[in-house]
Design a protein around this ligand. Structure first.
Ligand SMILES: [Zn+2]
Length: 219
């Protein structure tokens, strides 16, 4: 399906389950220039956490499967995480908009125990400067350099949350000349406003991301 038709279809239909019906057809075949970026699957963003994303844990089995296939293919896996100082500007008590979350070294900042990160995963810490918000895994990190040095041309992205850190990570990947496949079955939104997640997906598509919710084949 052409991207324009896809957008037209999405604009006409506002119910969220429809989004996945517009995913590009066929299996996603992983190639040697692909890398997987797992965004912020941390305890504070999961049910029970201080900034829990509704149904956030649903992304874990899908991402685990992607990691297994990526590993089998020898593709690099990057896991981003919010890694904030206690006086971070994004926290309500410091004048920001979010409850305290993902304080460096805390249990809330740890990746979910259910997330099967391989030993050779590359962890990308972000939001480490108290004066700067960092939704994107590319912001003030060397993620772009690392990807380009490895000859990566396309990143496969899943994680939390669709309307903030996934959105901005995808934007920056595109800005950094990478193709992007967004795994729509491996993301969940905060939805401060009810359609934020859908709008985020539409916006990522508009900027050039492909979306996918089907099987991933490793060869
Ligand atoms: Zn944060």
């Amino acid at each position: 399906m052409k991207r324009r038709e896809l957008l037209k279809g999405m604009a006409a239909i506002s119910a969220s389950p429809i989004l996945t019906s517009y995913a590009l057809e066929g299996n996603l075949i992983l190639g040697k220039h692909d890398a997987l970026i797992v965004v912020d699957v941390q305890n504070d963003f999961l049910p029970g956490g201080s900034l829990a994303v509704s149904d956030g844990d649903a992304v874990i089995p899908v991402i685990n499967n992607c990691m297994k296939l990526s590993q089998a293919k020898g593709l690099p896996i990057y896991a981003t995480r919010d890694w904030h100082p206690t006086d971070h500007c994004s926290f309500v008590e410091n004048g920001g908009t979010w409850p305290e979350h993902c304080v460096a070294g805390s249990t809330g900042a740890q990746f979910s125990e259910d997330l099967a990160l391989p030993n050779n995963v590359t962890i990308i810490n972000k939001g480490t400067d108290k004066d700067k918000e960092a939704y994107s895994g590319f912001q003030d990190t060397d993620l772009s350099d690392q990807l380009h040095k490895k000859g990566i041309k396309r990143v496969i992205v899943g994680g939390l949350a669709t309307d903030y850190c996934v959105l901005n990570t995808v934007y920056d990947a595109l800005t950094n000349d990478l193709d992007v496949v967004l795994l729509t079955h491996a993301i969940r939104a905060v939805n401060v406003n009810p359609r934020d997640g859908e709008r985020a997906i539409e916006s990522m598509i508009e900027r050039g991301a492909e979306i996918h919710d089907g099987l991933i084949l490793a060869n």
